[in-house]
Design a protein around this ligand. Structure first.
Ligand code: 13P
Length: 278
């Protein structure tokens, strides 16, 4: 059933686990999240990046909301990385109420003002707001932030930022990157520990693809309650489509079911990994 991201993360915080937020681009992606969540019997978040909405627009939002409604588990639909108030208005109008207000490319005070305004707007409809402090490098949907522009989250500034904006969850930059890690990830757990000690909101890790299990576990122990995952799912989808389309006799229906299965398998493992900390 469709759920509020705040409720999903509250439950995860109370029980000490984390939830996966999975970026989708089409019906296959949305159905893969639902199947994996139902098979694991654990809540999940369907996530839409503005890049996918540029192609799928209102139809994709409605499709994801409808998929979430049809689930037997708690599933919310979240707008990822949005810095455009018009797109946020549209998402709210269509019934989404879980938004990442991403002012991380703005100057600090502009980020506070932007995020505070969006948070007020979303709280008025009972929704959930995530924001980012610092800057994540890497590549997502054609947008690349080079390593030299990356900025780790300042723990003291994080306290001020959460207080002044009223957000419900904070995306932290502790060495995590979007897309493929060029080398073994190096996460600054000391920084994460300080941020977590100073704050009482759930923390979010973007760039959830390619993180070793022990790092995932350590993040959860240090207050991370939401992991964003895109690259690993997209890779499973594209590899399946590529493999099947080399044969000229492929049925479109098999392409759909096989690509759902490939993405579902990746998502299922992530959901289980995030929910059972060893
Ligand atoms: P990855 O593509 O690295 O999994 O990151 C996804 C993400 O953070 C979406 O916001």
């Amino acid at each position: 059933m469709i759920a509020n991201t705040s409720d999903i993360l509250f439950e995860a915080s109370s029980a000490g686990y984390a939830v996966g937020a999975f970026n989708v681009y089409n019906m296959e992606g949305a159905l893969a999240v639902i199947e994996a969540s139902e098979d694991a019997n654990i809540p999940a978040i369907i996530q839409l990046h503005p890049g996918s909405l540029e192609k799928g627009g209102d139809v994709l939002i409605n499709l994801c909301l409808s998929a979430a409604q049809s689930a037997s588990t708690n599933v919310s639909v979240h707008l990822d990385h949005c810095d455009d108030p018009t797109s946020i208005d549209r998402a709210l109008y269509l019934g989404m109420n879980s938004i990442m207000a991403d002012g991380s490319s703005m100057r600090y005070l502009d980020n506070i003002n932007f995020t505070k305004n969006i948070a007020n707007q979303i709280h008025n409809v009972g929704g959930f707001v995530e924001a980012e402090l610092g800057r994540l490098s890497g590549t997502e949907d054609g947008l690349t932030i080079p390593e030299y522009q990356a900025k780790l989250t300042d723990p003291l500034q994080a306290v001020e930022f959460v207080r002044d904006t009223g957000i419900d969850a904070l995306a932290v930059c502790i060495g995590n990157v979007h897309g493929k890690y060029a080398r073994e990830p190096v996460l600054d757990f000391e920084r994460l520990e300080t941020i977590n000690r100073n704050l009482n909101v759930p923390l979010v890790i973007h760039g959830g693809s390619g993180l070793p299990e022990w790092m995932v576990n350590r993040c959860i122990q240090l207050g991370v309650r939401k992991f964003n995952v895109n690259t690993e799912i997209r890779t499973a989808y594209l590899e399946t489509v590529q493999a099947l389309t080399t044969s000229s006799s492929v049925e479109l229906t098999s392409l759909i079911s096989e690509s759902i299965r490939a993405m579902r398998d990746v998502i299922y493992l992530k959901i289980k990994q995030f929910a059972y900390v060893r």
